[in-house]
Write a protein that binds this ligand. Structure first.
Ligand code: ATP
Length: 364
């Protein structure tokens, strides 16, 4: 793909590079998820070419008209204009202006993410590495490009924890100092809730988020998720980030509910996590079919739970009325008892459940 794009762009006299994480991953010989391309001009033309050539859906976003192409193969292609960023205050979104590739690389988070590879035929495959990214990559060092980096954008602190965890790198010493200073000066507090949530979710998307979370804990940053954020290692058997989040919330108990509300997640997600909370608190099978997400959270939390305990209650109000029990308070008491019995595994199918219910009723 990059060869085709490079050859086409060369014919149109458009300079084009792959940048950022892809270059880092290519050098590390790790698979890449998506492809980030930058051009100094001709953004519209390149994006039109790619979408015509490979199909998929094309989106445009940001004040700078960045294009995102979701290809049918599942690959995501980001196309942007090279740009510089100016941060007027700590943690605000920057003012953006067009700039050279060199300046574009300067605005990035770490030297290892500030390299580019040229795709044009005349310089095909040439590495652009103005800031020593390749040397840092080989030494396993994470280094910011300038001392104000964490002040400008404190999400880079979370990104640092994530990359340190993923690659097993070390923080370069002056980077460590400026990170500690940014935390001491409270810059992370200036970030919007959405941005902190975004960083948390990206950590939970990692293959193994434990190292990143451990690092954030060590740096004193977990209270920015929630003052009572608690995470005591492990818990990430399921790869799905929302399952992992749900497990953390449930383990936090009452403060986990507050934490969940503060995240302002999409309604189906927060409802599913709340449903898992309810089942875990009542120690009773649910009345209705649990969303898949709730079920997965509970399975992670209680690994030996039987599928029957998480299945919808096998009896209902109609069964009670057919047994001649008059509707009223007793109904809900009986159903609650039945849900607890199903949770404990006292019956595992409907006929056993009905027998259990009859026995209970006859004893009353
Ligand atoms: P991942 O492998 O987790 O996707 P990535 O390095 O590709 O990591 P992205 O968030 O996809 O990270 O961003 C792509 C590139 O954009 C980064 O490599 C980096 O150059 C730049 N970048 C992203 N976020 C920031 C940021 N907050 N500050 C500076 N540069 C950033």
């Amino acid at each position: 793909m990059v060869k085709i794009i490079g050859a086409w762009a060369s014919g149109k006299n458009i300079s084009i590079w792959v940048v950022g994480g892809c270059v880092r991953d290519w050098i590390l010989k790790r698979p890449t998820k998506d492809l980030d391309l930058v051009v100094e001009k001709g953004l519209e033309e390149v994006s039109r070419f790619c979408s015509k050539k490979w199909g998929g859906t094309l989106e445009s976003f940001g004040q700078f008209g960045t294009k995102r192409l979701y290809l049918r193969s599942g690959l995501r292609l980001d196309l942007a204009r090279t740009r510089a960023e100016i941060y007027s205050r700590p943690a605000v979104l920057p003012e953006v202006s067009t700039a050279s590739l060199e300046k574009d690389l300067w605005r990035r988070d770490f030297t290892v993410n500030a390299m580019a590879v040229c795709l044009n035929s005349s310089a095909w495959g040439e590495l652009v590495d103005h800031y020593g990214g390749c040397a840092d990559l080989k030494k396993g060092l994470l280094r910011v490009l300038h001392a104000q980096s964490f002040r400008d954008d404190p999400t880079r602190i979370w990104r640092a924890a994530r990359f340190l965890g993923r690659f097993g790198f070390r923080l370069e010493s002056s980077t460590q100092e400026s990170l500690e200073e940014a935390v001491r000066l409270g810059y992370p507090r200036l970030l919007s809730r959405e941005r902190v949530r975004g960083e948390l979710m990206r950590i939970l998307e990692e293959k193994d988020p434990t190292r990143a979370l451990g690092t954030l804990k060590k740096w004193g940053l977990t209270p920015f998720f929630h003052p009572k954020f608690r995470w005591d290692g492990g818990d990430f058997k399921d790869p799905e980030p929302y399952v992992r989040l749900g497990v953390i919330c449930l383990k936090m108990g009452e403060s986990g509910k507050e934490f969940l509300r503060s995240l302002n997640l999409e309604r189906p997600v927060s409802q599913a996590i709340s449903a898992a909370f309810e089942v875990a608190e009542r120690l009773a099978s649910p009345r209705m079919q649990l969303p898949e997400l709730s079920r997965k959270i509970l399975v992670c939390l209680i690994p030996h739970i039987s599928p029957s305990a998480l299945a919808p209650l096998r009896v209902n109000g109609r069964d009670l009325s057919q047994m001649g029990i008059p509707s009223g308070r007793e109904y809900s008491q009986l159903l609650t008892k039945a849900a607890q019995a199903q949770w404990r595994g006292e019956f595992s199918n409907r006929s056993e459940a009905l027998r259990w219910l009859r026995r209970l009723h006859s004893r009353r």
